[in-house]
Design a binder for this molecule. Structure first.
Ligand SMILES: NC(=O)c1ccc[n+]([C@@H]2O[C@H](COP(=O)([O-])OP(=O)(O)OC[C@H]3O[C@@H](n4cnc5c(N)ncnc54)[C@H](OP(=O)(O)O)[C@@H]3O)[C@@H](O)[C@H]2O)c1
Length: 321
């Protein structure tokens, strides 16, 4: 675990290297993260959270998880709470559960996990196996309630959502939902959004990946379903696409000083988005991401300008999953 002194050095250094104005540094220090209401209840959630596949999961399965402890500490310090995980992310869920329980802070996070015993778009989910998977998540989190469980990747929605609805009725799960990051599943996702009592969906959304804008995001607004935005950096593809170009000058107008802040603010700039959960294994990047939820947001004109700017850059390979 980092000492307090080491921790202060990480946060002070990160704040300076982010090039934030004194006003934003102050807002960041005070944890003034923007919040959005969960449409089904009005409960407020901070807009920036943490995902746990990618690099997080690589570190989670290693012997030294100190870097991830520092990431959770950064969240606690700055008021970020939403943590997105899944039983299929290797050691992520277990390691994260160990860390937040060791910190005595499990109750302070909005714990969003998933259920999938059917595979991607699969059918025939075995109810006993599904319940065993949910119970395992409860055992890891060690709290009487899990905040959110979503059916992962459209795996047998009728069977798996039925199980989640029962858990919600029993009061053990506060919110339920369904996820996909595959364009080919958006049609089925729409049907489920129209026919099931969902609190959330989880979808992929980024400035170079805007397909959900056409039908999914407007439907979420119409049906009052919260949206968790996944893969906000295109799993590093966006960073590779902008390369070493400086952030555009107009980003100043919405208080963004790094590319991560620009990309995250672009996403939160859409009113249908409840929270965005970039994955990271580094406290300095967690702080950078949190700064993407502080200060002014881009207008519709800024968002269009940025999308055009990114579209004008040579495309890079986008990793799916
Ligand atoms: N179907 C589903 O349910 C589904 C599908 C996809 C994703 N998700 C969720 O969404 C989360 C996010 O998506 P993702 O992990 O695929 O990709 P992502 O968040 O777009 O990208 C993660 C990558 O960005 C880097 N990064 C993070 N913050 C950074 C910063 N400030 N500056 C520079 N690099 C930074 C990370 O490396 P460092 O560790 O070095 O920071 C990591 O390599 C997932 O982890 C998962 O929780 C869910």
């Amino acid at each position: 675990m980092l000492t307090r002194r080491e921790w202060m050095q990480v946060t002070a250094g990160a704040g300076l290297s982010l090039g934030l104005t004194p006003r934003l540094l102050e807002a960041l220090a005070q944890g003034q993260l923007i919040k959005r209401a969960i449409p089904s209840t009005g409960e407020m959630l901070p807009v920036i959270g943490l995902g746990s596949s990618a690099t997080f999961s690589q570190v989670a399965r290693s012997e030294d998880v100190a870097a991830l402890k520092a990431v959770f500490q950064a969240m606690l310090d700055k008021g970020a709470t939403v943590f997105d995980t899944a039983p299929s992310y290797g050691a992520s869920e277990q390691t994260a559960g160990n860390i937040v329980n060791e910190m005595g802070a499990a109750g302070k996070f909005f714990w969003a996990t998933k259920l999938n015993v059917a595979g991607r778009g699969g059918a025939g989910a075995d109810p006993a196996a599904a319940k065993a998977q949910v119970e395992r998540s409860f055992a890891i989190f060690k709290q009487p309630k899990v905040d959110l469980i979503q059916v992962h990747n459209m795996g047998d929605p009728p069977a798996q959502l039925a199980i989640l609805k029962d858990y919600k009725k029993e009061g053990r799960v506060r919110y339920i939902g369904i996820t996909t990051t595959f364009d080919g599943q958006y049609g089925e996702l729409e049907q489920v959004m129209r026919n099931e009592p969902l609190d959330f969906i989880g979808i992929d959304y980024a400035v170079d990946n805007r397909n959900v804008e056409e039908r999914i995001l407007p439907l979420a607004q119409e049906r009052k379903i919260g949206v968790l935005a996944y893969a906000p950096f295109g799993r590093t593809g966006l960073f590779r696409r902008v390369g070493d170009r400086p952030v555009p000058d107009f980003a100043k107008e919405f208080d963004a000083t790094t590319w991560a802040q620009v990309f995250l603010k672009w996403i939160i700039g859409h009113p249908a988005i409840t929270a965005v959960t970039p994955a990271t294994s580094q406290a300095k990047n967690m702080l950078d991401n949190i700064a993407g939820g502080v200060g002014r947001l881009p207008t519709a004109a800024h968002r269009k300008q940025l999308a055009e700017f990114i579209d004008g850059l040579p495309a890079v390979e986008r990793r799916r999953g």
